[in-house]
Design a protein around this ligand. Structure first.
Ligand code: ADP
Length: 445
């Protein structure tokens, strides 16, 4: 019997639940944990034609594999970020029994507070972050806030009241993700199946290594699982499980442990800025530049369709494959709203005015950044706004200052740049439109 009523369509990705040893030459053998892609269904619902990561095609028994799902996220509407004790009390002033919220501790970095209404007042419980776990009473320990809230929703367990009604945060809400969900949905990779190589880059979270996994070269981002950045790292990974496009760097899986590893497709030519600077005009021809511009717009149009803002689109976050395909990376990072207000973290020269002023990040603010990225591309990796001090960029731009076209930049590309730098986000073109303009101009080079 097949393990599912549903018919898997070509392209469906599956994870092997067990090892499969082929009994005929037509069968595709695989090991436990291998990723197998369905090529076609057959007359027999128990068997599929499929291929492995090396491109070998053969027949597989459906009940040896399971479909890979995207990782489930848990919304945390009750999480209000960094607000003060007084701020929390003001929000909870209704004082309904069991009304609650969670805030970040202002005084103790990395800690949180659970604020619960009971008996006509608000109780504040300190949530301590220790040994990579969260706890209120040093008795029960949790991996994340979601699990903690779930526990006290079931039972007061020593608190003044059971958590009954969350007070939802207005505006953008946060979410959490469990490590176990990566295992359940088929995205966890056994560390023993990975060969680690040397360091190839340095990221926000830690070093990036090259390595081998299932016969292919991969890039591995690692993070020590002893900081609260782990949640951010897991969120980046979980969003990546929902996205698949030829112009987005693909996510292959996560190694759960300490350190945590995100395994990504390997992009042999590194990031676009270094690529542009090291090769220069003689190697990077007009058609190559235009292909990059079109690849990036295509990846971004996919994110646009999903209404997902990247927030950090820049040439340093574009990676180039062996075949010269440009792919957007770092797109999963649902950046913490609080992070954005930290001075020095925001890439000022790439960020749209409304995002800088009002924290208003959107697909349209990505369009602005795309214009800056085009400027980097056609100036062979120069830093935008040369000669304008960082502190003056925003005011200059708001007064109408715009960069000139880089030397040799085609007219129509500069026209796109100017349209992306409209102060009014609504007047900026969509990525879909940009893609069309580029496609229609490809022949005219
Ligand atoms: P972070 O998002 O943590 O800042 P990045 O994704 O920017 O980290 O990675 C830092 C550097 O590591 C990149 O500039 C690039 O040189 C290298 N790198 C990252 N991912 C890959 C990859 N998939 N293939 C090849 N090199 C990569």
């Amino acid at each position: 019997m097949a393990n599912t009523q549903e018919i898997w369509l070509p392209g469906t990705e599956c994870v092997a639940k067990y090892e499969f040893r082929n009994s005929t030459a037509d069968d595709l053998a695989f090991g436990k944990g291998e990723i197998i892609t369905i090529v076609a269904s057959t007359k027999d619902p128990n068997w599929y034609k499929a291929k492995n990561s090396n491109g070998r095609v053969g027949m597989i028994p459906a009940n040896f594999v399971k479909k890979r799902e995207s990782v489930k996220l848990h919304m945390m509407p009750w999480f209000h970020g960094k607000i003060s004790r007084e701020g929390a009390e003001e929000l909870l002033k209704e004082l309904t029994e069991g009304l609650f919220l969670v805030r970040e501790s202002v005084n103790f970095k990395g800690d949180y507070a659970l604020c619960v209404c009971a008996g006509g007042k608000v109780e504040h419980y300190r949530i301590i972050y220790t040994d990579n776990k969260l706890t209120i009473d040093e008795d029960e320990h949790f991996d994340n806030l979601y699990q903690l809230v779930e526990h006290y929703e079931r039972d007061a367990d020593g608190l003044c009241s059971r958590l009954i009604k969350p007070l939802p945060k207005e505006g953008k809400q946060d979410f959490s993700v469990d490590k176990e969900s990566f295992v359940k949905s088929g995205w966890s990779i056994d560390k023993r199946n990975i060969n680690m190589g040397s360091t190839i880059g340095h990221g926000n979270f830690g070093d990036v290594l090259e390595g081998h996994y299932q016969g292919r070269k991969v890039a591995i981002k690692q993070l020590k699982d002893n900081t609260s950045a782990a949640q951010t790292f897991l969120k980046e990974a979980s969003i990546m499980t929902t996205l698949r496009h030829k112009n987005l760097v693909s996510f292959l899986g996560l190694v759960i442990g300490d350190p945590l590893y995100i395994v990504l497709e390997y992009m042999s030519k590194g990031n676009l800025v270094d690529y542009l600077r090291s090769r220069g005009r003689s190697v990077i021809t007009k058609p190559i530049q235009l292909n990059f511009a079109s690849d990036i717009a295509s990846g971004m149009a996919y994110l646009e369709e999903k209404n997902l803002a990247h927030r950090d689109l820049a040439a340093r976050n574009i990676l180039i494959s062996e075949e010269d395909v440009a792919k957007v990376s770092d797109f999963g990072l649902a950046r913490d709203v609080n992070l954005n207000t930290e001075v020095g973290k925001i890439p000022i020269k790439w960020t749209a005015p409304e995002a800088l002023r009002k924290n208003n990040f959107s697909v349209k603010s990505d369009v602005w950044s795309y214009g800056i990225l085009l400027w980097e591309l056609y100036s062979y990796g120069r830093v935008p706004y040369p000669r304008v001090p960082l502190a003056e960029v925003l005011t200059h731009v708001e007064k109408g200052y715009r960069m000139e076209a880089p030397e040799g930049c085609p007219e129509f590309i500069y026209r796109i740049m100017r349209e992306t730098w409209e102060l009014n986000p609504q007047k900026r073109p969509s990525f879909k439109t940009i893609l069309k303009i580029i496609a229609s101009c490809k022949g005219s080079l």
